[in-house]
Write a protein that binds this ligand. Structure first.
Ligand SMILES: [Zn+2]
Ligand SMILES: [Zn+2]
Length: 345
């Protein structure tokens, strides 16, 4: 079968590899769509020392069960599935707490296990047994179901931020994850949505996604706009979905007292130290939180959001390519021409 194989930094190849065997407890899944994540692009550009090449990439996939390994329960051939793709061990401190996305031994598909940029993927016995496989509701197209993984990360963020009915939510950064955070917040009941982005392609793309106030944060004073939009109070919740120190530091100035600030995008190693106004946090009783990855329950919730007509999945999938066009996909992402790119075998 055809597969997109990581060999090292700047070395990703489309190759013929054997169709994986379906061992005891495993599922063999025929891939219908696999989205290319920003982390896949980073892996291509920078390499990833924790990956053992050669390994098939891709963790944002949806597909159809082709075969069910001996002893694997709860699945039938023909069923459509997605995954909470970072496989948890079930035994560590965090798994015992139920925080499976923070498992100390997390093994992500496409990094630790062969991934979904291929015609078939074998879902490991551990993932099946641990409940990481989630069924796709009827009527949701494969390329939209493939967004369940990134949307589930936005669900995790909205839950950590306790976004509730009527909240004013500011999302900083209008990349695909920013847009997914914006619409997840809407599904959680947010009343007013403010999206901030500096001028450029991302700001142009953002115009097609409905929000209450789109701010060009290069030319407008975002803090001033947020105060104006909230009667001088500040936002209930600020989600920083741009990998920027300045954006993370500024976020504190956008939240109201007792507001929540989520550092959703990670900063690169070496550029990860912030200068924060401690008095603002102390006297404002601010909650500064992170959000990383997601659980199977959050993937299920993401699927239900994606199934709703108001969720802008058609616009989020900006490009569709064949597996053999992975380098076109990377180029479209690098130029910021693309929101999410879907690969179809
Ligand atoms: Zn991803
Ligand atoms: Zn664990």
């Amino acid at each position: 079968m055809k597969a997109v194989v990581y060999h090292g930094k700047n070395d990703v190849r489309v190759e013929q590899v054997p169709v994986p065997a379906c061992g005891p407890g495993e599922l063999l899944v025929r891939i219908e769509a696999c989205a290319v994540c920003g982390s896949d692009l980073k892996t291509f550009q920078n390499g990833n020392p924790r990956m053992q090449p050669p390994i098939t990439m891709g963790h944002e996939f949806s597909g159809r069960v082709e075969a069910v390994g001996a002893g694997a329960r709860g699945f039938e051939p023909g069923e459509r599935i997605v995954m909470a793709t970072s496989v948890s061990c079930g035994e560590c401190f965090y798994c015992r707490k139920g925080w499976t996305n923070l498992c100390a031994n997390l093994k992500p598909m496409g990094f630790a296990f062969p991934g979904g940029m291929a015609e078939y993927v074998a879902i490991p016995e551990l993932a099946v047994r641990r409940g990481h496989v989630v069924k796709v509701p009827a009527g949701l197209a494969p390329e939209h179901a493939a967004l369940a993984e990134p949307v589930s990360c936005a669900v995790n963020c909205a839950e950590i931020c306790r976004i509730a009915k009527g909240d004013t939510v500011v999302v900083v950064g209008a990349g695909p994850m920013g847009i997914m955070n914006l619409y997840a917040a809407r599904e959680f009941g947010a009343g007013k949505l403010i999206l901030a982005q500096r001028a450029g392609k991302r700001l142009e793309q953002a115009r097609q996604f409905a929000c209450d106030r789109l701010v060009d944060s290069g030319s407008e004073d975002l803090a001033k706009v947020v105060l104006e939009e909230t009667g001088g109070v500040g936002a209930d919740c600020v989600i920083v979905s741009a990998p920027s120190q300045a954006a993370q530091e500024q976020a504190l100035t956008l939240a109201r007292k007792k507001g929540r600030i989520c550092l959703f995008a990670s900063l690169p190693v070496g550029g990860n130290l912030l200068s924060l106004d401690s008095r603002k946090i102390h006297y404002g009783e601010l909650e500064l939180v992170g959000a990383s990855d997601s659980t199977a329950r959050q993937v299920e919730k993401a699927l239900s959001f994606l199934a709703r007509p108001q969720f802008p999945k058609e616009k989020l999938v900006s490009h569709t390519f064949g597996l053999e066009e992975i380098h076109r996909a990377f180029a479209a992402m690098l130029s910021r021409e693309a929101m999410r790119v879907i690969l179809k075998p």
